[in-house]
Design a protein around this ligand. Structure first.
Ligand code: PMV
Length: 328
């Protein structure tokens, strides 16, 4: 295909927080998960990425926050661009410029917004005009959770069985519109093991993995019922349970590993204390030490206040449901 080398396409994608977690691939090349998952796209954290295919480049050039990157980070983007080149039948190298408005590698799912924005910008820069389902499938090849960041609000990743039927769909007419996520960035850099390695270790060594696969099916049903019924208590309870069930897979892996730090545990205890005192809130935690507190609009200020005193106001961000991918 002939494409002009000066077409720069810029896309923005917001990150998402999984409430029913994706933890384990049944096919690592195509990133087909063992289970479905369900998330909420957040308005506060996003990645903006520009892509230009350019005949004058002798290799892909990738910068994140104005820093040229190499090594594993470059390789991952390059591998993803190869998928785009294969699908669009072009051979040119690309210039990728990405700005992350997410603390990286700290469990705020920066790979989700990063690969969703890259999929949108690179596919269009390569001359493709993908619909949202195809874009979700493409983003999935970069990072599983990225397939959910194509859409705004509540999103379900339907696990499927192969490349063509594993993609995310928005949950239509959701209730719980007053939901808030108070994100506590207790630590920016602590991540003992990547989610990719961590989930592979859990799948192959945790004796509880088969039980996880079963339990996620019922957790997914429960949370969808709760969303439809506008039942915040059920919604929060199942989110917290599912997160802990995922982290139990890290503790039961061989060798075992843990994403929590002391601050993580303190924040979890505080959420329970708040809840017992009548301020309804729940926690969820991804593959990192940071805690996201799930609450409703009317309690967000009190919760923010409590955690600002505990960790400092700069560590606390209140997010609400955010939009799907868009082009600038
Ligand atoms: O998409 P990945 O490889 O970054 O894995 C995401 C894993 C979790 O964030 C822990 C769960 C999820 O569903 O997002």
């Amino acid at each position: 295909m002939t494409i002009s080398s000066d077409k720069i396409v810029t896309a923005i994608a917001h990150t998402n927080i999984a409430l029913i977690k994706y933890w384990g691939k049944r096919n690592a090349e195509f990133i087909i998960p063992y289970t479905g998952s369900l998330s909420l796209t957040l308005d506060q954290f996003y990645t903006q990425t520009s892509v230009q295919f350019d005949a004058s480049l002798d290799q892909d050039s990738v910068s994140i926050d104005d820093q040229l990157i190499d090594g594993n980070g470059w390789q991952r983007v390059h591998d993803f661009l190869n998928i785009v080149r294969q699908q669009s039948d072009i051979t040119l190298n690309a210039r990728v410029k990405s700005e992350n408005h997410v603390p990286t590698a700290a469990g705020l799912a920066s790979s989700a917004s990063a690969f969703a924005a890259l999929a949108a910008a690179a596919s269009r820069a390569a001359g493709m005009d993908l619909d949202l389902q195809a874009l979700s499938r493409l983003a999935r090849r970069g990072s599983g959770s990225a397939c959910r960041s194509i859409f705004g609000g509540f999103v379900e990743w339907q696990r499927g069985t192969n490349d063509s039927d594993s993609y995310a769909v928005p949950i239509e007419t959701p209730n719980l519109n007053d939901i808030r996520i108070v994100a506590l960035t207790v630590e920016k850099h602590h991540k003992p093991i990547s989610s990719r390695q961590g989930m592979a270790l859990s799948v192959t060594t945790s004796p509880y993995y088969p039980t996880w696969v079963k339990v996620v099916e019922s957790d997914l049903q429960s949370i969808k019922t709760a969303i439809n019924a506008d039942d915040f208590t059920r919604f929060g309870t199942i989110s917290e349970l599912n997160a802990m069930r995922m982290h139990a897979l890290t503790l039961s892996a061989n060798p075992d590993f843990l994403y929590f730090t002391g601050d993580t545990l303190e924040a979890m205890n505080e959420v329970k204390r708040l809840r017992h005192s009548g301020i309804e809130c729940y926690y969820t935690i991804d593959a990192g030490p940071n805690v996201k507190v799930i609450c409703q609009k009317q309690n967000a200020a009190a919760i923010t206040d409590t955690f600002s005193k505990m960790f400092g106001p700069e560590k606390v961000t209140v997010a609400q449901p955010g939009p799907g991918v868009k082009y600038l």
